[in-house]
Each structure stands twice: as structure tokens, then as C-alpha cells.
Design a protein around this ligand. Structure first.
Ligand SMILES: Cc1cc2nc3c(=O)[nH]c(=O)nc-3n(C[C@H](O)[C@H](O)[C@H](O)COP(=O)(O)O)c2cc1C
Length: 300
């Protein structure tokens, strides 16, 4: 869904008048009337779901208590899901984990000085620094696979070692790597080019509601979740764990960014439809869950 469609639906569903919708969603009259003609069923669905949407949080917590649990797919011997969902494309090597120069900052200092950083210097990240950020947040230090179970183990914890998160890397300013959207392969520790176009970067910027930091960041990490990896083991309760797992990744990203003389800002304010579309995700089997902008600190 593009920003205009989203804007029309969002403001229309909130009861805005035509003039306000034109202004807020940046539409011309022709676009407005096109949406009026074609989106009435979508609006009807939003209206119909509203009572459910208004209490879904409380229902979610209530209905994912253990008391409602049934035997999981894993317990019923349903075929195990794969531990990673690799995307095809041109491979870009990264400095090997064993060879990267690890920054020296103490944990105490990294925690103490961590702040959300939304303005970055124009300085590029080195490939070692990008590798270090990925090591801290997403790299698979172990991969175990047999017929019954497949897991990765990483530098962040994950409920049941299910590691349902995938990492996409919107490279903006990294020495030796062309700008573009990449998938990070956590076992091979390399990038897979998905889209090098400036239009893709713009789509991501729009999807994050034009938050300026995405533009000056050296890298924007986009985390997605593959829920079935966790749901297979934990049923619907697994959805809780996706978000807890993402929090761990975010904090390691923050601390690792401090350690390289930079900073991070986590992003939860994004448009699901736009971000899923930008990454080619269906929004159900895989969906964007969290984003981190990272760059070097600006001069004081
Ligand atoms: C789940 C989550 C979502 C967030 N989303 C955004 C966001 O979309 N935009 C933003 O500027 N900051 C975002 N932040 C950063 C918070 O605003 C920030 O952590 C908070 O203001 C406290 O400041 P500090 O991190 O500097 O201590 C988010 C943080 C978290 C943990």
C-alpha cells in the first residue's frame, strides 16, 4: 500500500472531511475521487473491525495465557520450520567475524552513555563496524539442524532458541558497500542484495513516516518476524515472544552502536502495510517488527 492510499484510508476512517483529507494525505481531487470510488469495501472492513481493534490488546494478553493452551504443532510432530528464510540475490561479503576489530568500550560506559540518537555525522561506517553491529544483534554463532528441530544460536536470547527474527539492512553510508537494501544471512554472515534503487530507500523512509533520522543514518536495520518459527513451539503465546526477542536485538544494537562511537534510535512508529510492501513481505507469515537507525555521533 502506498502512502497516498494509506493517507486516504487513515483520515477517512477517522472521519476527516474532504478538504482535510486532501491536505493531510497530500492528494489532488482526482486521486481523492478515485479512492472514494474504489476503497469503500476497505473502509467498511475497517469500520467492522473497529470494536475488535479497540480491545485487541487486552484480549491478546487474556487469550495467550497458558490456561488456553493446546498441544503445539511441535508436540503434535508437525514438520519443523527452517531456522532462517534466505533470500536470493547477489552476495556481498563482510569481514569475517573472527577477523573484525572489536571495539574496546566497557559495558559500563556503553550502558551509561546510551541515548537514542536521531542526528548522525556524515561519517561512513566501516565494513568492520557494520559487521560488529550484525555480530552483536543478528549473527548466528551456531546452527543446528536435524529432522525434528532446526535452530540458530545468536548473541541475543530468544524464547526456545527459535530466533524468529530476520534482518534487512538498508545501507546508506558504509565504506565499500553500495547503498541499497540487503538481506543479512545470519549463518554465512554476508549480505544479499535485494534492491539498490533510490526509490526503495524512499519507500522505506515513507514507510517510517518520514522520520528524518533514516536519511542521515549510515544504516537502517529492519527486523522482521517469521511468527510460525515460534508459534510452532508455543502456539499463539509465541506472538508475545516475538516482541520480547526484538527488544533484545534492539538493546544489543544500541550498545554496539555506542561502542563504535555512534548511536542508534529504535523505530516502532512505521506503517505496517508500507514497510511490508517495501520488503516484499506478506504481513502474516513474515512482517516488519522493529527498525533501528544507526550512525556516528555528530561533532559536538
Ligand atoms: C519500542 C520503541 C519504539 C520506538 N519508536 C521510536 C520512533 O518511532 N521514533 C523515535 O524517534 N524514537 C522511537 N523510540 C525511541 C524512544 O523515543 C526513546 O527510547 C525514549 O524517548 C527514551 O529516550 P532514550 O532512548 O534516549 O533514553 C522508540 C523506542 C522504543 C523502545
Amino acid at each position: 500500500m502506498d502512502m497516498k492510499t494509506f493517507g486516504y484510508l487513515y483520515y477517512k476512517a477517522r472521519g476527516y472531511e474532504q478538504e482535510a483529507i486532501l491536505r493531510e494525505a497530500e492528494l489532488n481531487e482526482e486521486e481523492y475521487y478515485f479512492f472514494e470510488k474504489n476503497l469503500s469495501s476497505v473502509l467498511a472492513e475497517i469500520e467492522e473491525s473497529r470494536p475488535q481493534a479497540e480491545k485487541i490488546g487486552a484480549d491478546f494478553i487474556r487469550l495467550t495465557r497458558y490456561i488456553y493452551e493446546r498441544e503445539s504443532d511441535q508436540a503434535q510432530n508437525v514438520a519443523r520450520p527452517d531456522a532462517v528464510k534466505v533470500r536470493a540475490g547477489e552476495l556481498v561479503s563482510l569481514p569475517a567475524i573472527g577477523k573484525i576489530e572489536m571495539p574496546e568500550m566497557s559495558l559500563h560506559k556503553a550502558i551509561e552513555q546510551r541515548r537514542s540518537l536521531r542526528k548522525y555525522s556524515a561519517q561512513a561506517l566501516s565494513m568492520d563496524e557494520l559487521s560488529f553491529l550484525l555480530w552483536a544483534s543478528s549473527w548466528a554463532r551456531d546452527f543446528r539442524s536435524n529432522e525434528r528441530m532446526e535452530i540458530t544460536l545468536r548473541n541475543v536470547p530468544s524464547a526456545g532458541a527459535r530466533h524468529p527474527l530476520e534482518t534487512y539492512v538498508d545501507v546508506r553510508n558504509v565504506e565499500g558497500i553500495n547503498a541499497g537494501l540487503y538481506y543479512y544471512h545470519p549463518i554465512k554472515h554476508c549480505l544479499v542484495l535485494l534492491d539498490a534503487s533510490e526509490a526503495k530507500a524512499q519507500q522505506i523512509f515513507e514507510g517510517c513516516m518520514r522520520q528524518e533520522m533514516l536519511k542521515t543514518a549510515a544504516v537502517n536495520f529492519i527486523l522482521s518476524a517469521v511468527p510460525y518459527r515460534t508459534v510452532w513451539r508455543y502456539g499463539q503465546r509465541g506472538y508475545r515472544y516475538l516482541y520480547l526477542d526484538a527488544g533484545h536485538v534492539g538493546q544489543n544494537m544500541h550498545l554496539a552502536a555506542e561502542a563504535i562511537g555512534g548511536g542508534a534510535c529504535m523505530i516502532g512508529a512505521y506503517l505496517d502495510e508500507a514497510m511490508n510492501e517495501a520488503l516484499g513481505l506478506d504481513g502474516m507469515e513474515e512482517f516488519v517488527i522493529y527498525i533501528a537507525s544507526v550512525g556516528k555521533k555528530p561533532a559536538e
